[in-house]
Design a binder for this molecule. Sequence first.
Ligand SMILES: NC(=O)C1=CN([C@@H]2O[C@H](COP(=O)(O)OP(=O)(O)OC[C@H]3O[C@@H](n4cnc5c(N)ncnc54)[C@H](OP(=O)(O)O)[C@@H]3O)[C@@H](O)[C@H]2O)C=CC1
Ligand SMILES: Nc1nc(=O)c2c([nH]1)NC[C@@H]1CN(c3ccc(C(=O)N[C@@H](CCC(=O)O)C(=O)O)cc3)C=[N+]21
Length: 287
Amino acid sequence: MTAAVLAGAPAAQALLGEARRRAAALPVRPHLHLIRVGQDPASLSYVRGKDRQAREAGLRSTVHALPEDVALPALLALLDHLSADPEAHGILVQLPLPPHLPPAAVQAATDPRKDVDGFHPLNVGRLWAGQPGLAPCTALGILALLRHYGQPLSGRSAVVVGRSPIVGRPVAGLLLAADATVTVAHLRTPDLGRVTRDADVLIVAAGQPHLITADMVRPGAAVVDVGIHRLTGPGGAPHLTGDVHPGVAQVAGALTPVPGGVGPMTVAQLLLNTVQAAEAQLGRSAA
Ligand SMILES: NC(=O)C1=CN([C@@H]2O[C@H](COP(=O)(O)OP(=O)(O)OC[C@H]3O[C@@H](n4cnc5c(N)ncnc54)[C@H](OP(=O)(O)O)[C@@H]3O)[C@@H](O)[C@H]2O)C=CC1
Ligand SMILES: Nc1nc(=O)c2c([nH]1)NC[C@@H]1CN(c3ccc(C(=O)N[C@@H](CCC(=O)O)C(=O)O)cc3)C=[N+]21
């Protein structure tokens, strides 16, 4: 058997279309503020992509590029200013941050109604309480991708490998809200393969290239590969690969590609979160 490819592009286009439609129905254009600290090449490229796609979807977007050595009070002052500005609807601080800027302090300083990353403790709590709010884009994007391809979650066994605040934890919370039976594995999990073989739906966000091999996957399972690694191929050509070994395609029923799987969903979902935040701030929805 060869796994069906769960391509991100068509599912992301559907989300972008929804973001564009809902943005056009508002009296003002939703405005996303992207904050980047330093010159990390991956962050530069991701923020540029988010900024471009926001404009393409009919949103306003502003990039704030801060120096690597920006002091914490200066960053917090910018977040205070944007939190109070009625013309700013969404705020994202790109990760990773330099070591002198603690992510928890930064995340708590964004108005939770503008927290399009879903990292503020109030939004984290709402997600786990099953209440409406803003949730992290990658986790929402993974659920939207599975829904787009008709992959059922209710009553199924879901295993998440990884427990980071950006992917593993929130995707586990959303899977639970979708009535899956959820297991979260991490570095202290003994015999990872025994746990992952139990999964009808396997979400891999460990940040370890090719961690999941074919023997660790239940035949027919739906496998979502969140990992992104820049490797140098033969001849020195750079290429992207994920946390899932290519051999898994021979066992799984469905598999997301890297690139072109979860990544595009993350960006599309960020724009949808920005529109949702703007709707709520303009009194157009309950969230
Ligand atoms: N496509 C997208 O939109 C996105 C992709 N990514 C990619 O996803 C990957 C994960 O990112 P992120 O969640 O931020 O990573 P982190 O490094 O923050 O977290 C990795 C998690 O995986 C666990 N882990 C690591 N190795 C193993 C192992 N051998 N067995 C079991 N568990 C393991 C860690 O366990 P422990 O907690 O015990 O240390 C940790 O919980 C990266 O490759 C990243 O680039 C990330 C965000 C968005
Ligand atoms: N505050 C914050 N929020 C985030 O959501 C956040 C972050 N910081 N820091 C970094 C991670 C990573 N992330 C990705 C987004 C898009 C792709 C993406 O579009 N990937 C494409 C292309 C990948 C490439 O060319 O690098 C793909 O997989 O096809 C990947 C990864 C969001 N993150």
